[in-house]
Write a new protein. Structure first.
Length: 613
């Protein structure tokens, strides 16, 4: 108990040296005054008796107050410890050992001994020890606790596997690509810890209020002492009311109101596959008015395939095969998803090429297309607008071009030596959950906008399918951030959701950037919130969680303020002249501790949060 008292006085002394006042200042001044006052009647009782005063002492009050405050803090720490359940659950997911193939033999080693490049074998029912790329076999993995994906995911050679997920069926081997602190799970834990330690703007307001609240309370306590002693000449009454004000007004609950809710909220986000980088992002999300969705990889699967290939001169003299070869050679130099679709289509058509078939002067024009010299020919693949800007006539294939775009497909033209030779239609299927998630966003009162580099006809076709009424099409990657800024200038709080490298500037520009977890690392780094599973329902969950957290914080602040505002006059003795009621400092200490515990308990109700779909 003495240790607890020393800690209060030590903290109060440190605050005094910094010329500031804290909760410990109120407790120290209150109990210190009670103790110092008690010394006088202990050693000089006659001084009180000759003045007609009782030589009362308050040692027990000082001790009990400190005991109650320490008990309250102990209960707070115990309750706050529950706010980190999400972190403990995540860390508990990690496997303890890994079965590594060494010199043709399976060897069980501690997970800390696994290095990048190790070949790891996983059997049914086992956890994936680290992140990696599947080499052999097929499996169905339960990724629910890491990504929030409720359905098991089928994995085949070449697919990424995530550490801590569970192998439901099938045996396989994979090559370790990330171990230790670099694993996906470790990064999740790190981000959640950072978010739980950050301060929301509303917490900064509470800190400022606490900063001036403590000096004001000390002034009220001193004024209370002076007033009662002047009116009654009763030193005991004056002391009791002053100590009661100091103790009961301690704004512990005010300081706990926001951080406890933030800790629980970010933890619940991690449980639901929502990574929130900071408390500010969690707070801002509840104010979102406009959601801007990138099309490819966000609304759609992001795995486009070539559905149609039409040449101007048909298949005469192997013309179609030659053009497909040119297209594949050019597009394999690009990182764009549409380029990958063209290369895969050529491979399915048994088009062959050698490493000697190199591309000279390759150039990718963002939002337009690619060009280069192949086998002595100048080749361009890109949008109709871009080809027209280059002076290439596209009218010969205008009819199929328009028909394919009207059906929601992306169409690109292939030009050789400044002449249009072929067009390709590329389709990207809408994610199964997109339609329902967008319907929920509309129902929440949000404006949903689709932003894409596709032409208007293709964009409108996809938007119609998913019930989006606002479309911004034919936007180059370097223009996306400007579009977000334009929406912000209308006074809206804007969230941007994307997955690609070209979305990073827009994600950074938005008030709240949400990255699809299945997208690029650059997009995730530029965002404020990461939706691990890639399901757009994550947007709904993030906003609902933000609203629930802010509602919880407001409840905490309301209770804390009302408690202090209502209790200070009672402690100051405002009811004493009317009813003879006087607040004992011991009761004040107990009430102060109860206030803090009640705020933390209210914050813990957030652990029951469940998204409503």
């Amino acid at each position: 108990m003495a240790w607890g008292g020393r800690s209060f006085f030590a903290n109060a002394w440190k605050s005094l040296k910094r010329k500031s006042a804290t909760m410990d200042t109120l407790i120290s001044v209150g109990t210190g005054t009670a103790f110092a006052y008690s010394l006088v009647p202990t050693f000089f009782p006659h001084w009180f008796e000759v003045r007609g005063l009782q030589p009362d002492v308050y040692y027990e009050a000082a001790v009990v107050i400190i005991a109650l405050v320490l008990l309250g803090r102990s209960l707070e720490h115990r309750a706050k410890g529950k706010t980190s359940d999400a972190i403990r659950k995540l860390m508990g997911l990690q496997a303890k050992t890994a079965r590594v193939v060494r010199q043709g033999q399976d060897v069980d080693i501690p997970i800390t001994a696994v290095v990048v490049g190790d070949v790891v074998r996983v059997r049914p029912g086992e956890k994936i020890p680290v992140d990696g790329e599947m080499l052999q076999g097929t499996a169905t993995l339960d990724e629910a606790m890491v990504t929030g994906e409720s359905q098991p995911v089928t994995k085949v050679p070449g697919d990424e596997v995530i550490g801590a997920t569970i192998n439901k069926t099938g045996s396989f081997t994979f090559r370790a690509t990330r171990v230790g602190k670099d694993t996906f799970l470790a990064q999740i834990v790190k981000l959640v810890q950072q978010a739980q330690g950050s301060k929301a703007p509303i917490q900064q307001l509470a800190d400022r209020v606490t900063g001036w609240f403590v000096p004001v309370v000390m002034a009220i306590a001193l004024l209370t002492f002076i007033l009662w002693f002047t009116l009654t000449r009763d030193l005991t009454l004056a002391l009791l009311t002053m100590v009661g004000v100091l103790i009961i007004a301690c704004p512990c609950s005010l300081g706990l109101a926001t951080p406890t809710s933030i800790m629980v909220g970010t933890g619940k986000g991690a449980e639901n596959g929502i990574l929130i980088k900071g408390a500010e992002s969690l707070e801002l999300a509840h104010n979102i008015q406009t959601i801007v969705l990138d099309k490819t990889g966000t609304v759609t699967e992001g795995k486009p395939t070539v559905t149609d290939f039409h040449t101007l001169r048909g298949t005469a003299d192997g013309n179609e095969q030659h053009l497909l070869k040119l297209a594949a050679l050019l597009e394999r130099n690009s990182e764009h998803p549409l380029a990958e679709a063209v290369v895969q289509y050529a491979q399915r058509q048994a088009i062959q090429w050698s490493e000697e078939d190199d591309v000279q002067d390759f150039e990718a024009i963002a939002g337009s297309g690619v060009q280069g010299h192949i086998l002595g020919q100048e080749v361009q693949i890109g949008t109709q607008r871009w080809l027209n800007e280059l002076g290439i006539d596209t009218q010969a294939l205008q009819q199929p071009w328009a028909e394919w775009e009207d059906s929601g497909k992306t169409v690109v033209g292939l030009a050789v030596d400044q002449h249009l030779e072929a067009i390709m239609a590329i389709a990207d299927a809408v994610k199964p959950a997109s339609v329902e998630a967008i319907r929920l966003l509309h129902r929440m009162g949000l404006t949903v906008v689709m932003l894409t580099g596709d032409n208007h006809r293709t964009a409108e076709a996809i938007a119609t399918e998913v019930n989006i009424h606002h479309v911004i099409a034919q936007v180059r990657p370097d223009q996306k951030a400007a579009q977000i800024e334009q929406l912000q200038q209308s006074g809206k709080v804007v969230a941007m959701v994307g997955d690609g490298i070209n979305d990073a500037p827009a994600l950074a520009q938005a008030d709240v950037g949400m990255a699809i977890g299945t997208g690029t690392d650059v997009a995730i780094a530029a965002s404020d919130i990461t939706l691990i599973s890639g399901d757009l329902h994550g947007i709904v969950t993030a906003i609902q969680l933000s609203r629930a957290t802010m509602r919880n914080i407001r409840q905490n602040l309301f209770f804390a303020f009302v408690y202090n505002v209502a209790s200070i006059p009672i402690a100051a003795g405002v009811l004493y002249p009317l009813f003879g009621w006087l607040l004992n400092p011991i009761i004040a200490g107990a009430a102060m501790a109860f206030s803090s515990v009640s705020v933390v308990t209210n914050a813990l109700r957030l652990r029951n949060f469940q998204p409503r779909f």
